[in-house]
Write a protein that binds this ligand. Structure first.
Ligand SMILES: Nc1nc2c(ncn2[C@@H]2O[C@H](COP(=O)(O)OP(=O)(O)O)[C@@H](O)[C@H]2O)c(=O)[nH]1
Ligand SMILES: [Mg+2]
Length: 223
């Protein structure tokens, strides 16, 4: 029954409970503002949760196991891979990263949207998994100089790591064309606003509102 969760309100937005959760993929090179955008969206949006990745990378100062990442040994990671616990996995900067499958499946069924902070490899695999449920956004820095400045100001990684990330940024950015949306981060507040607009517009797409056919039928409108 398509309309069994319909509320008494006649606003189509109430039909959102009828839709499957979207998979909202955010990618960018390190330092382009992805984490800031992700945090801002998650804070203000009650129907959006984040996918917490599993990684073999060591925690940085201030990172908490289960919050930024689920930090595991390579051995544990390999075991989880063999158990098919991951929706996708990839090697980034020499460390393994993966998206746990179960929380995504559970959220989608409930109509909750899931945000992913993954690299281009993850985005491609999630695209294959999700097809119509996917919304993908690539965030570009305003310039190479600005990107470098942002990476340096973090000071959490060694110079060597920062250099390696600058080198990788160019190749990561070369995948911008396979994303549905591109945001240039001249101003982080506008960047957040743009990401919110994308999320909102995608939620309002007719094709996602599964309860719409029965709703319109009740309005007495034929096919
Ligand atoms: N494919 C994939 N990439 C991930 C996953 N989790 C994080 N990443 C990416 O791995 C890269 C490194 O992430 P991180 O260690 O947090 O360092 P950051 O570059 O400072 O954000 C980023 O591009 C993330 O988007 C994941 O589960 N799968
Ligand atoms: Mg990150």
């Amino acid at each position: 029954m398509l309309n069994n969760k319909q509320t008494s309100s006649d606003h189509p937005a109430d039909l959102n409970v009828e839709r499957r959760g979207m998979l909202f993929v955010l990618s960018s090179p390190s330092g382009a503002g992805k984490s800031t955008v992700a945090s801002a969206l998650l804070e203000s949006d009650t129907n959006l949760i984040v996918s917490t990745s599993v990684t073999t990378r060591k925690p940085r100062p201030g990172e908490i196991d289960g919050r930024e990442y689920i930090f595991v040994s390579q051995e544990k990671f390999d075991k989880m891979t063999a158990n098919d616990e991951f929706l996708e996995h990839a090697i980034v900067f020499g460390n393994s990263y993966a998206t746990p499958r179960k929380p995504v499946e559970d959220a989608q069924v409930k109509g909750i949207d899931v945000l992913f902070d993954v690299d281009w490899q993850g985005a491609q695999e999630i695209q294959q998994y999700a097809s119509d449920d996917l919304v993908s956004v690539f965030i570009l820095p305003p310039s190479v100089a600005e990107l470098e400045a942002r990476l340096k100001s973090r000071a959490q990684d060694s110079d060597e790591v920062v250099r390696a990330r600058m080198d990788k940024a160019t190749s990561e950015m070369s995948h911008w064309g396979s994303y549905q949306y591109v945001i240039i981060n001249h101003d982080i507040d506008i960047c957040v606003e743009d990401a919110r607009a994308i999320l909102k517009a995608e939620r309002l797409k007719r094709s996602r509102m599964k309860g719409l056919v029965s709703f319109v039928r009740e309005l007495g409108v034929g096919q």
